[in-house]
Write a protein that binds this ligand. Structure first.
Ligand SMILES: CC(C)(COP(=O)(O)OP(=O)(O)OC[C@H]1O[C@@H](n2cnc3c(N)ncnc32)[C@H](O)[C@@H]1OP(=O)(O)O)[C@@H](O)C(=O)NCCC(=O)NCCS
Length: 165
């Protein structure tokens, strides 16, 4: 990856840009994110665990959330994943992850993951990906994550991946 990306922990000043990036990547806008999370949700997540962002020339171009399982009690697709695979007792949820469309294919996702992993050594992370999200499956396969289960939610099939930091 080029040196042009600054990878850092998110602060409250990133929230507007994170929410904007999320909005542009929701299914209603042609995107592939599975759930819309509120500003309050992101604030709570940031206080609990690392939320990593990527910036280029001062502009936010990506974010990667890590959060405790308990943060997702209201998110039905995550509950469906946990029924298929629960992971270790201290496992955390990896994601959502999103990279701005014009910055994709340059390893930004992997750079954010490397930063997250360094901050949570030895802990299991679990995530789900829609089976038809080829870009995400490729990106996360390259990161060395392993498929551990599959599940359906609202008629869509998802794969569950796991790794240990
Ligand atoms: C999934 C995602 C985070 C990957 O981020 P990334 O930084 O682009 O990851 P990579 O650089 O490793 O690229 C991964 C794959 O994206 C695809 N890709 C490359 N350039 C692309 C572009 N301009 N636009 C779309 N996809 C592209 C390629 O298939 C690439 O795999 P390849 O290098 O083996 O061909 C990003 O595509 C994204 O934010 N998607 C929208 C939100 C989403 O689906 N999040 C994940 C939900 S599980």
């Amino acid at each position: 990856m080029e040196e042009t990306y600054d990878i850092a922990l998110a602060t409250e000043h990133d929230l507007d840009a994170v929410l904007d990036l999320q909005e542009r990547n929701l299914p209603k806008n042609g995107g592939t994110l599975s759930a819309r999370l509120s500003r309050g949700w992101f604030e709570t997540a940031m206080a609990a665990m690392p939320v990593v962002v990527a910036r280029r020339a001062g502009r936010l171009v990506g974010y990667l959330v890590s959060a405790p399982v308990a943060a997702f009690t209201e998110v039905s697709v995550v509950q469906a994943m946990l029924e298929a695979y629960r992971g270790a007792s201290d496992a955390y949820i990896y994601g959502p992850i999103c990279v701005d469309e014009i910055e994709r294919g340059q390893g930004v996702a992997n750079a954010m993951f490397a930063s997250l992993r360094a901050q949570l050594p030895g802990r299991e992370g679990i995530l789900f990906i829609r089976c038809d999200n080829a870009a995400s499956l490729r990106a996360h396969g390259r990161m060395g994550m392993c498929e551990v289960a599959k599940f359906y939610h609202n008629g869509t099939q998802f794969v569950v991946l796991s790794y240990v930091g």
